[in-house]
Design a protein around this ligand. Structure first.
Ligand code: HEC
Ligand code: HEC
Ligand code: HEC
Ligand code: HEC
Length: 433
């Protein structure tokens, strides 16, 4: 009897306490988490175009836009970044005080964030800070095979991210992110992605999220060979390859007096400024209609791809505005690992392939004739015999990497001898009327 009434008392207490403890709505917490990640993306709010004064004083090199993100100063583990204090001391404190603090001199979000945004952020600060280090440890101890997370992933996430985690081209493959930036991935898995409608896993519990991380860490990275070949197709014509809009204004780096200045979209093709032989003003584009005086990219073979991506985004090239993360990554991989020394395939003076046409004939029949026909008359806008004689570097680039927005196979993993043999054979194919 006594026991029962005690239980009853506890139960009624729980009813009293529960609304207080859960007074903070989890939807508000996860939204606060997304604002913490990137409030201007989440609230579609105006981003100041001056650097955050809190950074100015410290002289930390951070992009203007990132300098306004909470996470930049306070970290994915909420323990602080750039020597700035974290937010973990403010867990389980009064949210109204946090909302007020966001208007202080350190922050200045009074005019940038609305009342309810500030409250969501405050709710995240006081009750949304999951111990991501602990979850990371938990993930390390989890055996993904036993975790059943493959099914959770396949049903909750794969519709957007693909079963291999690599479908969305605006971001790195999930497997790569999960291995390289686990705290960030945990934060996003718990709260969702700013400005997006991806599900937040917070209410499913820490263990589910840790298992999810463990599973994500087993997903593949990009396939380097495919990335390089794709980069080669983008190098040829990224506008065609990505199906995007053709550029209406010439690329600012294209010399206004050069031949193609009035053909705006042509001036945006990498090959137009750097050549099919990648040698720019030192190669086939040294003279003639394609001459721009711009140097080639040969010297960048072997460069760090991450640095190359930054370079392509920078004001010298402006590709960050028109290409997605993975396109830039593929281009960078092409520049770093994909450039072939054209002189090894083609005699630079005569344009003759160094290969053996007789050997090449059989390869051509088995690999190319199905689309291009035995005489090279089909599919391509120009006869492949003619293009192989007139512009063998172009033909070789296409053979190595495939054709933009097309299924033509890329031969870059095939013995280069085979490529020069096929090219030699194609150079013998005559046009007939
Ligand atoms: C440019 C850097 C910067 C950005 C961006 C920034 N903060 Fe801060 N924040 C600070 C500094 C500096 C302090 C003061 C730390 C101290 O007292 O040493 C602080 C303090 C805090 C504190 C109090 C920490 C404590 O223990 O007293 C909270 C909570 C906080 N910030 C939340 C946020 C939120 C939420 C955002 C995003 C809307 C944000 N901050 C964006 C620099 C920043
Ligand atoms: C409705 C589509 C959708 C679903 C479903 C979805 N996501 Fe996302 N996810 C996105 C988009 C879009 C992005 C952001 C791409 C960007 O950066 O703009 C993203 C980004 C992410 C990121 C950030 C990765 C990085 O490198 O920045 C992670 C981690 C992530 N998702 C995990 C998951 C997990 C785990 C699930 C399943 C629980 C999931 N997503 C379900 C659409 C979705
Ligand atoms: C409108 C002309 C133009 C286009 C299009 C163009 N670039 Fe460039 N690129 C330049 C100029 C100009 C330079 C700077 C050369 C210098 O520093 O003198 C350069 C430099 C480079 C370099 C560094 C070369 C070195 O040795 O320093 C790389 C790599 C590069 N570009 C890659 C690309 C890629 C990849 C694309 C296509 C996505 C591309 N470029 C498109 C004009 C162009
Ligand atoms: C699946 C069909 C297919 C196969 C197989 C194929 N190609 Fe192509 N190829 C194409 C298409 C489509 C184009 C682009 C047509 C266009 O837009 O002009 C093309 C373009 C080319 C071009 C560039 C022509 C130009 O003017 O831009 C060359 C060179 C070429 N192919 C060579 C080859 C060689 C060599 C092989 C065999 C190793 C081969 N192709 C196999 C479909 C194929």
């Amino acid at each position: 009897m006594v026991r029962r009434s005690l239980a009853t008392v506890l139960a009624s207490l729980a009813i009293l306490v529960a609304p207080l403890a859960s007074a903070i709505d989890s939807a508000s917490v996860v939204r606060g988490g997304r604002l913490y990640d990137n409030w201007s993306l989440e609230s579609k709010g105006r981003l100041p175009n001056h650097p955050n004064p809190a950074f100015n004083t410290r002289g930390v090199p951070v992009a203007t836009a990132d300098g306004w993100r909470c996470v930049e100063c306070h970290g994915w583990d909420y323990k602080g970044n750039h020597g700035i204090k974290g937010i973990s001391d403010r867990q389980k404190t009064d949210p109204t005080a946090i909302a007020a603090l966001l208007k202080d001199a350190n922050h200045g979000y009074g005019e940038l964030l609305g009342e309810s945004d500030r409250l969501d952020l405050a709710n995240f600060v006081v009750s949304g800070q999951t111990d991501v280090r602990k979850l990371f440890e938990l993930a390390r101890q989890t055996k993904p095979a036993a975790a059943n997370s493959d099914k959770a992933y396949a049903t909750l996430c794969a519709n957007c991210h693909g079963l291999d985690g690599a479908r969305l081209r605006q971001m790195p493959p999930l497997g790569e992110s999960a291995r390289q930036r686990p705290y960030e991935v945990l934060h996003v898995a718990l709260n969702g992605h700013p400005g997006g409608n991806m599900p937040a896993l917070r209410t499913l519990g820490d263990e589910t999220v840790a298992k999810m991380l463990a599973y994500l860490q087993t997903l593949p990275s990009i396939n380097l060979a495919a990335s390089i070949a794709n980069g080669g197709r983008l190098y040829d014509d990224w506008q065609v390859h990505t199906g995007g809009q053709r550029q209406a204004l010439p690329h600012p780096a294209y010399p206004p007096k050069a031949y193609y200045a009035s053909a705006a979209s042509e001036t945006w093709r990498c090959k137009e400024c750097h050549g099919w032989d990648y040698k720019g003003n030192q190669g086939q584009y040294a003279s003639g209609n394609h001459a721009t005086g711009i140097k080639g990219i040969r010297a960048m073979a072997g460069a760090e791809p991450v640095k190359m991506m930054e370079y392509l985004r920078s004001s010298s090239h402006l590709f960050g505005a028109v290409l997605k993360h993975r396109d830039l990554q593929d281009l960078a991989n092409f520049v770093s690992y994909g450039q072939i020394d054209m002189d090894s395939l083609i005699d630079a003076r005569s344009g003759q392939s160094r290969g053996d046409a007789t050997q090449g004939a059989a390869h051509y029949r088995s690999m190319c004739a199905g689309c291009h026909g035995l005489e090279g008359r089909f599919v391509a806008k120009r006869h492949v015999g003619r293009i192989s004689r007139e512009d063998p570097w172009h033909a070789a680039h296409n053979m190595l990497n495939g054709h933009p927005d097309d299924t033509m196979p890329a031969l870059r993993e095939v013995d280069p001898k085979v490529i020069s043999d096929i090219l030699a054979h194609m150079q013998t194919l005559q046009e007939r009327r």
